[in-house]
Structures are given as C-alpha cells and as structure tokens.
Design a protein. Sequence first.
Length: 256
Amino acid sequence: MKHRLLIPALALLCGAAATPVMANDTLNALSKKALGTIAGTSSTSSSSSSSSTLGASLSDSQIATGLKDALRVGTEKAVATVGKPGGFLNDAAVHIPLPGPLAKVKSGLAMVGASGLADDLEQRLNKAAETAAPKAASIFGNAVSKMTIDDARGVLSGPSDSATQYFKRTTTPDLLSALKPVIDSSLADVGAVQSYNALTAQAKSLPVASSLNLDLNDYVANKALDGIFYYLAKQEADIRANPAARTTDAIKALFK
C-alpha cells in the first residue's frame, strides 16, 4: 500500500519541480509574442495614422495658410522646372515625342535621308510646351484661392499626391483653355507649323500620310499638362516627406 502511494507522490513532486522551468519558458515565449504583436500594431497604427493626424492641433485658418503655402511652393517649382529652356526637350521624364503617326513617318523619312524634318518638328513641339508652361501658375493660384477647408483637410490627410489629383480634377479644363492660345502662337513663332507642313509634304507618298491631319495644339497642350502634373506630384511628395522642402513657417507647422 505504501509503495502504491509513494509512486504517485514521487511523480507529483517531479512534475512540480519541472513545472516552474516549463512555465517560465512558456511565459517568456508568450511575452515575446505579445510584445512583438504590440510593437507591430503600434508601428502599423503609427504609419497609417500619420497622414490623418496632420494639422490635428491647428485651427482651420492655420491649416488653410499652411496648405496654401505648400501648394504655392509646389506649383511654382513644378512650373519653373518645365518652363525653363530645355525643360521638356532635355528631360526624359516629360519629353514630348512626336505623335504616333508622325513617329511612323519619321522612320519612313529616315529611309530617304530626310528624318531631320521630324527631329526638327519634335524640338519645336517641346519648345512650344516650354513657352506655354508658365501660364499654368495663375490657374493654380486661382484654384488654391477657391479651396474650401473641407478640400484642404481632404488633401492634407490623403496620399502623397492628393493635391496633384485635386488640381487635375479642378483645373484641367481651365489649364487647357489657358495653354492652347499660347501654344498655338508658340507653334507658329518657333516654326513648328512650317516644319509640320514641310514634313507632311515630304511624307505625302508614304503609306501613313493619310493619318497626318493632326491637332498639334491639342496634343502639345495635353502633353504639357502631363509634364506639369508629373513635377507637381514630385514636389508635393517632397514637401510631405522632406523637412528641408518646407520653406515657410506655416508649412513647417502643418507637416511637423
């Protein structure tokens, strides 16, 4: 009888001796897992809420001032980037190529040693866009002045190109209306119209000649806008991410 009672007792004692070690290991593992989960949750929460907390402690007036400053700085830099000499022509990111049918003509003209006409026209199209780009600055300024506080908060809490998308929605028709007369005049001034006429005359015997009746003004205007919006998005992202790009106190307060 004593032997029967002794065996379970010894087993219980051994189990009790082993339990603290196992318990500590288990608790350590659970603690590490819990801390990792908390850390991960905190990091995710911080990154996902960073944009939504911008301006949380600021008044509507402060938000409006900071955002208008940021938009003014961003649009001015974007327009200046493409509006300088070679701004379109020498920049692969925004360079305006010949429209599709003209590009096909270029390859055909190369066969007869006349591709210089196409190269000349391409340079002139880029020059016309460069000349017209500064006209966009006042259109952007008007859009900023009409922005409501709800618009401003939406832009502020959105992704890194929220302001760019806002401008695309609200300014594209006005921008095209403003750019087209300038581009039309510029196309004539830089000789693009004459270059185009010379190119089409030279290419009239080519198979694609029937598709060369193009609206160069519309093509260049839309490509010019693409280039402006491309650099506006880059400027916006830089202001949001790079403290050195925040050039006024109002911008610094907004994105701190």
